[in-house]
Design a protein around this ligand. Structure first.
Ligand SMILES: C[S@@+](CC[C@H](N)C(=O)[O-])C[C@H]1O[C@@H](n2cnc3c(N)ncnc32)[C@H](O)[C@@H]1O
Length: 216
């Protein structure tokens, strides 16, 4: 049986603003619990308002490790005003730009998980460039352009320990199914083609791969 969150964690996840559907969230949670057994931090790229972070934070709590979540909190391309995924409530009226950090902090506080998460506020490649600790999970759910998805993979996959899990969201092999582009699918193909990763599970658009070799 894959590990499942307690009802109150599942309820907090389902109540949180964000983009992760429940069945994919459950698969992510199971992967995070498994990865937590390595005793290393669990890293997410793409915090947004903390919906998926709740799951990583609870898995981290179970494992006695820390969840790390990276976001500049200014939103991806498709979340900007005028685009399908824009939520006007995420705009800071004082500066007129998106700022999802306050909502993220409220989400974590309400879920009682603040102590298990370190929020890294900045551009993913910039944070990755100064990062120097192995992680047990890399969950890629940041920008969906080729530039951003590739940079997330190139920046963070090198920090993934042997046996650690690489989870990629929004992997759409069929272009008719995708809503935000196929860059995550291309990253998934690249990881498999590298020979460093072996597929563990596929749950709709969530793919989980294990590091079974060196490189990216
Ligand atoms: C699809 S949302 C994440 C959804 C979230 N995981 C959830 O469960 O609701 C993508 C997030 O990635 C962030 N993002 C996009 N490109 C980024 C970059 N280069 N560096 C840091 N964050 C980035 C955006 O600000 C946005 O909050």
């Amino acid at each position: 049986m894959p590990a499942a969150p307690e009802p109150e964690i599942l309820a907090a996840f389902e109540a949180a603003k964000g983009f992760m559907p429940p069945h994919e969230g459950l698969a992510l949670y199971a992967a995070a619990v498994e990865a937590g057994r390595l005793g290393l931090p669990l890293l997410e790229v793409g915090t947004y308002c903390g919906r998926s972070t709740i799951l990583l934070a609870d898995a981290a709590r179970r494992a006695g490790v820390t969840a790390l979540t990276v976001d500049h909190h200014r939103g991806s391309e498709e979340q900007q005003p005028g685009w399908d995924y824009h939520d006007p409530a995420t705009v800071d009226p004082e500066i007129g730009l998106m700022d999802t950090l306050p909502t993220f902090r409220r989400t974590l506080h309400r879920a009682g998980l603040e102590d298990h998460v370190v929020a890294l506020v900045g551009r993913s490649p910039q944070v990755a460039a100064v990062w120097n600790t192995p992680v047990g999970l890399v969950f890629v759910d940041g920008g969906h352009t080729d530039e951003h998805a590739s940079a997330d993979y190139e920046g963070w996959a090198p920090h993934l320990a042997e046996g650690g899990l690489l989870a990629i969201h929004d992997v759409f092999p069929d272009p008719r199914d995708e809503f935000t582009g196929q860059a995550p699918y291309r990253v998934y193909l690249r990881a498999l083609a590298s020979g460093a990763f072996t597929e563990v599970s596929a749950t709709d658009s969530l793919r989980v791969l294990r590091r079974t070799g060196a490189g990216i």
